[in-house]
Ligand binder design. Structure first.
Ligand code: AMP
Length: 213
């Protein structure tokens, strides 16, 4: 199974990708997680990406494509993958099409999670992320047992820099301008599966699996 998850920031791509990854037993490739790891490891890639991430802008395509080429050709992706946060621009999508053609691989579907801006703003403001294991909580709908502490690993839960209110607006603008054109791109290829992202985590997961069958 080779899938892409598309959707605005905070729609729940990461959460759905994790569940699908367990269900289909294939890796979730999150470019955001890979970049955050590079930033905390202080690598060259991390240094290049950090300023864009902090402002809610996309990292330049050449930074991202170098990173993804290695991942997609790695052994762990040989039986499939779920791309969460990639592609995010038309050039990235064109690059992916070319590389998959080169490797003789086909996409099975592109799941587009759709919600209103107001829902995005509410969800991102309430989102807390574990600094150690990356687990995601929502202080309103899915709070940890102890405030500020991850249930899974005991790590500290923080509001990501790019989930601050002023950055959220920019991320939404960036999504509309640079990423939303991918909805048409994949619809024209007959691969798009549109899903209402305002429902509960379980309802969305059930709907995705049903539509992918
Ligand atoms: P995410 O966790 O997916 O919301 O990603 C966090 C940030 O990482 C984004 O706001 C971008 O700055 C950067 N990023 C992640 N994926 C990409 C991508 N495919 N292209 C460019 N920048 C990306």
């Amino acid at each position: 199974m080779r899938l892409i998850l598309l959707g605005p920031p905070g729609v729940g791509k990461g959460t759905q990708a994790k569940l699908l990854s367990q269900h289909y037993d294939i890796p979730q490739i999150s470019t955001g997680d890979l970049l955050r790891e590079a930033v905390s490891d202080g690598t060259e890639l991390g240094k290049q990406a950090k300023k864009y991430m902090d402002q809610g802008d996309l990292a330049p395509d050449d930074v991202i494509l170098g990173m993804d080429e290695d991942t997609l050709q790695s052994d762990k992706c040989k039986d499939g993958f779920i791309l969460d946060g990639f592609p995010r621009t038309v050039p990235q999508a064109e690059w992916l099409t070319a590389i998959m053609n080169k490797l003789g691989l086909q996409l099975d579907g592109v799941v587009s999670l759709e919600v209103d801006d107001q829902v995005v703003i509410e969800r991102l403001s309430a989102r807390r992320t574990c600094v150690d294991c990356g687990a995601i909580y929502n202080v309103k709908t899915n709070p940890p047992e102890k405030e500020g502490v991850c249930d899974k690993c005991g790590g500290e839960l923080i509001l990501r820099d790019d989930d601050q209110p002023e950055t959220i607006k920019n991320r939404l603008d960036v999504y509309k301008k640079q990423t939303e054109p991918l909805v048409d791109y994949y619809s024209n290829k007959g691969l798009l599966v549109s899903i209402d992202g305002s429902k509960s985590i379980d309802e969305i997961q059930t709907e995705i699996k049903k539509r992918l069958k």
